[in-house]
Ligand binder design. Structure first.
Ligand code: CA
Length: 217
C-alpha cells in the first residue's frame, strides 16, 4: 500500500484529498504547515508527497530542499496557474503539478501515474548500510548478500517502510502472515530475532513494551 503525505493548509481541500485517496486504497498522512511537514518527512518514509506551495512558516518551494535528497516523488498542488510557477516547481524537482481547483479523477490519475513511474525507477532502498533491491528481492549488508527467508524479507520491508514508528505485534502478524493462521505473535518475535541477527540490527529493531517493535534509524 503506497503511503502518501498530504501537505495542504486548507483543511477542506486536505480532507477531500485524504478521503479520495483513502477510498482509492492509499494510506494518507496530513500535515497543515511546512514545519510539521519537514519534521514528518525526516521521521517517516513516504512513497509520494502532495505539496501545496503557499503554506504557513515554510512554503512548498522551501520544503523541496528537505525532500529532494530523499528522492520521494512530489506533486505540487497550487492555486497559481501561471507558467512561471509551474516551471519553477518542475525545476525544483517536482514530478508533476495540479492546479487548484482540480477534479478528483485527475488527482487520482496523476497520483497513479507518478507512483508507477517512481516504482519503475526506484526499486533500490539504501538504509543504514543495507541495500534492498525490491525487484530482485535481494538484500546486501555492507555490500555482502544476506540470505533472508520470504517472511524475514517482508518483515524487513515492513520495518523500513514504517521506520521510527512503533508497530503492534498484531499488525505485523496480520500484514506478513495475512492468510496463514498457523502462527501467533510469538511467530513475530521469533522472526524479528532472526532478522535482527542476520542483518546486524540488534540495536535498531527495538522491542516496545506492550506494543511490539520499532525500527530506529
Ligand atoms: Ca495553501
Amino acid at each position: 500500500m503506497a503511503k502518501i503525505l498530504i501537505v495542504e493548509d486548507e483543511k477542506p481541500i486536505s480532507d477531500l484529498i485524504n478521503m479520495s485517496l483513502t477510498q482509492a486504497g492509499y494510506l494518507c498522512v496530513c500535515e497543515y504547515n511546512g514545519m510539521n511537514a519537514a519534521d514528518r518527512i525526516e521521521r517517516e518514509s513516504f512513497d509520494l508527497i502532495l505539496l501545496d506551495i503557499m503554506l504557513p512558516e515554510v512554503d512548498g518551494y522551501e520544503l523541496m530542499d528537505y525532500i529532494r535528497p530523499l528522492s520521494i516523488p512530489v506533486i505540487f498542488l497550487t492555486a497559481k496557474s501561471s507558467v512561471s510557477d509551474r516551471v519553477k516547481g518542475l525545476k525544483l524537482g517536482a514530478d508533476d503539478y495540479l492546479t487548484k481547483p482540480f477534479e478528483i479523477i485527475e488527482l487520482l490519475a496523476r497520483v497513479e501515474s507518478v507512483l508507477r513511474r517512481y516504482h519503475q525507477n526506484q526499486h533500490v532502498i539504501n538504509i543504514d548500510g543495507l541495500t534492498i533491491d525490491i525487484m530482485s528481492r535481494t538484500v546486501l549488508k555492507d555490500g555482502i548478500a544476506v540470505n533472508l527467508t520470504k517472511k524475514e524479507y517482508e518483515l524487513l520491508l515492513l520495518f523500513v517502510q514504517n521506520k521510527n514508528i512503533a508497530l503492534f505485534r498484531e499488525t505485523i502478524y496480520e500484514k506478513i502472515w495475512e492468510n496463514d493462521s498457523m502462527g501467533d505473535s510469538r511467530t513475530v518475535d521469533l522472526h524479528v530475532q532472526r532478522l535482527r541477527k542476520k542483518i546486524g540490527w540488534e540495536d535498531k529493531i527495538i522491542a516496545v513494551y506492550k506494543v511490539g517493535y520499532r525500527l530506529e534509524v
